[in-house]
Design a protein around this ligand. Structure first.
Ligand code: GTP
Length: 441
């Protein structure tokens, strides 16, 4: 049985050391990101010209003291190979490794399984970032609060509209001291509109013993703990004898650890006033794209297209894309590699992925166009705008809940003059007539 080595904090009088973990999940997760995740693991999907995981990683690289980053998940070893190669080339002072769980162990179970790797070199603390969130990752401010309060854990929180709060982990905190008093994952009734952003900073000497205690509690009463997460429902099964061990290894920060930390630990919340969204459904990539483009625009990023009469910022155009000068793009548009955009095209609030062809005078609004798709002349592909404050990507049309963002999977084709409205279209479909509010299988 492996022993748990717990380092002393601020060891040998030196500066505290900090690592970071990005939790990426695995192929059984991200099902709500279909049809886009059928062709690419969600963390590698590009918004605002960078993969979702790259947005997390680049926030980590802004903290100079972090020299080791782990990506923990249960995707195949090859999935993040190119990302890691590029990241290591661009940031030679950072070691970045993929640690693969042999099966889904849960957001805390994965950390615990790889505790020896995380604890190597005796770091004092480490960040944990859920890869499926889009935010400005104010890691420096979290570190500051951690030090100011001599904390054992800091969680990033944000306010959401009251009616949305119960879809998230809710935090009750002391407004003055910022101490977390109470944490409930998706409560049945409203307890607070301050919610968990999925970004944490943990003291190593606190978090691993907390996970171990939760595992022990779990082992002591295995039959009471068989709740599946929303994504895990697909694979959840009725226990047979011998299954207990497998099931009891799933330990989640949200359900099993955070409420305990709130009860008896130095646990604080940093409330961000900056943007935050989850990236769960495929449609949620469109607001995430807009928010990251806006951030790049505010920081005067050189990567964005220069504004002009036909470029309404912020717009990202990959250098290998060809855009006719009469096409009007923006705001909040990302154009991928080798895309060709014809004359008179209009694109707004949209992501156009690699190798797409958009023929002349087509219009694309509130949509994602999948890899190698083809949009005909005068065609119209459109979703419905949702209010900026909304944390949902569905709308009700004719009494039916449909996706507000239109999504075309890989290699779809939309005929000339065809109109596609609020549809999710699986890969390889040929749309030759107008469609609205449908999932096209
Ligand atoms: P809810 O719909 O809120 O229940 O969320 P979810 O089940 O879709 O995601 P969850 O909050 O459980 O996951 C948060 C982050 O952790 C995401 O980036 C997931 O990919 C990742 N994650 C979830 N489960 C696991 C796991 O078993 N192992 C690892 N390494 N990552 C995980």
């Amino acid at each position: 049985m492996a022993t748990l080595q717990v380092p002393l904090r601020g060891h040998a009088g030196g500066a505290p050391t900090t690592k970071a973990v990005i939790l990426v999940g695995g192929p059984s997760r991200g099902t709500r990101f279909r049809p886009l995740s059928l062709d690419l693991p969600k963390p590698l999907f590009e918004v605002a010209g960078h993969s979702i995981i790259d947005h997390c990683f680049s926030a980590i690289t802004k903290i100079p003291e972090i020299q080791e980053v782990f990506i923990i998940g249960y995707y195949d070893e090859t999935v993040f190979r190119d990302f890691i190669k590029d990241a290591a080339r661009d940031h030679p002072h950072i070691t970045i490794k993929y640690l693969r769980e042999y099966q889904a162990l849960g957001t805390a179970g994965g950390l615990y399984h790889f505790r020896d790797a995380i604890l190597k070199g005796r770091p004092d603390r480490f960040f944990v970032l859920n890869a499926d969130v889009c935010c400005s990752f104010p890691l420096q401010s979290m570190l500051r609060l951690f030090e100011e309060k001599d904390a054992e854990a800091v969680i990033l929180g944000t306010r959401v509209p009251d009616e949305a709060a119960t879809n998230f982990g809710c935090i009750v905190s002391d407004a003055h001291s910022k101490r977390v008093l109470h944490y409930v994952e998706k409560p049945e009734s409203r307890i607070s509109n301050l919610i968990n952003c999925g970004v944490y900073l943990f003291a190593t000497e606190t978090i691993f013993p907390s996970i171990r205690s939760a595992m022990k509690r779990r082992a002591d009463r295995p039959r009471l703990v068989s709740y599946p997460s929303s994504d895990a429902l697909d694979s959840y099964h009725v226990p047979r004898s011998g299954d207990e061990e497998e099931k009891t290894e799933v330990i989640r920060l949200e359900q099993d650890i955070l409420s305990d930390l709130a009860d008896n630990r130095q646990f604080f919340v940093l409330e961000t006033k900056d943007f935050w969204r989850q990236i769960k459904t495929a449609g949620s990539a469109v607001p995430a794209n807009a928010l990251y483009l806006m951030k790049a625009w505010q920081s005067q990023s050189e990567e964005l297209a220069k504004p002009s009469a036909n470029i309404l910022p912020p717009v990202f155009i990959h250098p290998t894309a060809t855009v006719d000068p009469t096409a009007k793009l923006g705001p909040n548009v990302s154009i991928g590699p080798r895309v060709t955009i014809g004359a008179g095209v209009r694109i707004k609030e949209a992501i156009v992925l690699e190798d797409v062809e958009v023929r002349h005078d087509a219009c694309i609004l509130y949509s994602i166009i999948g890899w190698s798709s083809r949009i005909g002349a005068w065609a119209r592909v459109e979703g419905t705008p949702t209010p900026v404050r909304e944390h949902s990507t569905s709308v009700v049309k004719n009494g039916v809940k449909v996706q507000s963002i239109t999504i075309l999977g890989k290699e779809c084709s939309v005929g000339d003059e065809v109109r596609v409205q609020n549809c999710v279209c699986l890969p390889f479909k040929d749309l030759r007539r107008d469609v609205a509010n449908e999932v096209i299988m």
